[in-house]
Design a protein around this ligand. Sequence first.
Ligand code: C5P
Ligand code: MG
Length: 225
Amino acid sequence: MPAIIDKIKRLFHPHSEVFDHDKVFVIFVLGGPGAGKGTQCAKLVQEFGFSHLSAGDLLRAEQNREGSQYGELIRQNIREGKIVPSEVTVGLLRNAIAAELEKRKENTEQGWGDGKGRFLVDGFPRQMDQAHIFDEQVCESKFVLFFVTSEEVLLQRLLERGKTSGREDDNEESIKKRFKTFVETSMPVVEYYKKHDKVIEIDATKSIDDVYTHTSAAVRERLSI
Ligand code: C5P
Ligand code: MG
């Protein structure tokens, strides 16, 4: 959208973003559990210098942080495959973005420096309220990368990963609950962004490199580099 129209729109719908979306480029990364979001993000970090923030990883770190008031709440929700209350997750993401912008403020490579930055927010938003809170109060996202494959493929990958991941939720019982939450609670988020023409859907069934060919092209086009 031309910058002037964007500015006029914002005049009538003032958002109180913490980070200016003209400077901070946020991509949401969604897909069922085991779709390969983290793997694809790691490759995007290498190629384009993104900062990769996984909502699940941030929650697990907070759960294990000594003295955290949210530890038990997070553990219970993760084991049950449920969504942790949004304020907790949004707060962690907001702090992580601020810390990263501060850390990289002197380094002007690949879209960084001077308050600018580019972020992959992985596994988020998983629930409609998270989408609104983040877009309006943290930083308006540019688009959603959505990785799609069948539940059979997801289940096989997660059971394989569960042999070594040490994650309490990579077992068949938790996985079934996570699938249910994904369909009932997270798919409406994808549908919402689809209506706004903000979803790039990528077939995540094939090999990591095949999937990445599509991922990389889609991101490159939108970063206009
Ligand atoms: O993305 P990942 O599979 O690592 O997420 C693990 C768990 O963390 C989810 O099943 C859910 O319990 C929790 N989570 C959440 N809200 C998010 C992301 C993850 O509650 N936005
Ligand atoms: Mg992940």
